[in-house]
Write a protein that binds this ligand. Structure first.
Ligand code: ADE
Length: 224
């Protein structure tokens, strides 16, 4: 998978991609992530990327020209499966959407800033608009990092235990069951006996029951 991220704040995006699973995915050549600083695509001397909105009103709007230059340059080099715009008015990210996007080959992710981008960018280029929740961040960068994390960990070979992404919370619309590790007794608190029994069919059944019970208690909406 190749991901091209267009942003006015590439420095904000470095650390999530240089640690843990995402950096391992890059080292294993399972994903390539390229950052494009929108200021490198400006036309005038002032490296201006935003301007006041027509009709008046507070907040700056990212201009179409540098975004067009960047996206058109990328599209001339390869085909993209999706051009995703991170925005609080997009469809809310879910495990299902992450699964779907993980099957794509080339992605562009555009991060909004200030009041967002000129609507014509959305009309002309964007194929999908994604929000990470009903709250407003100061830019799309952290949202893009969240999306990339959710997607990249699903790529075959990224996680050591191939099955582990499949047993995640939400993969079957259920929350994951509780997990325990050593010691089996801690300050009087015992690990459920069944987990120490070695009876794997029974353990599997217990986990299914726990997942259902947990979902009924914490997220009954998922069962509807
Ligand atoms: N940009 C600002 N807020 C956002 C959100 N909640 N999701 C995606 N992009 C955003």
């Amino acid at each position: 998978m190749r991901i091209d991220i267009i942003t006015v704040l590439p420095e904000l995006m470095q650390s999530p991609f240089n640690a843990s699973i995402l950096s391992r995915a890059k080292e294993k050549n399972l994903v390539e992530v390229h950052f494009h600083n929108l200021r490198d695509y400006t036309v005038g001397n002032y490296k201006q990327v935003d301007d006041y909105q027509f009709g008046g009103g507070a907040g700056m709007v990212l201009m179409i020209e540098p975004i067009d230059k960047c996206i058109s340059g990328l599209k001339a080099e390869r085909e993209y499966d999706e051009i995703i715009y991170m925005t609080p008015d997009g469809e809310t990210l879910s495990q299902g959407i992450a699964n779907e996007i993980s099957l794509k080959k080339n992605l562009i992710i555009l991060c909004g800033h200030y009041k967002g981008v000129d609507q014509r960018v959305r009309d002309m280029f964007v194929t999908r608009e994604i929000s990470i929740g009903d709250y407003v961040l100061s830019g799309g960068e952290l949202a893009a990092a969240v999306l990339c994390d959710a997607v990249i960990r699903l790529l075959p070979g990224v996680l050591n235990d191939e099955t582990s992404a499949l047993t995640d919370t939400f993969q079957d619309n259920l929350l994951a069951p509780p997990v325990y590790t050593r010691p089996s007794t801690y300050k009087g608190m015992e690990v459920p006996k069944i987990l120490l029994s070695g009876d794997f069919p029974k353990i599997e059944k217990w986990r299914e029951d726990q997942a259902l019970e947990r979902t009924e208690q914490k997220r009954p909406d998922l069962l509807k």
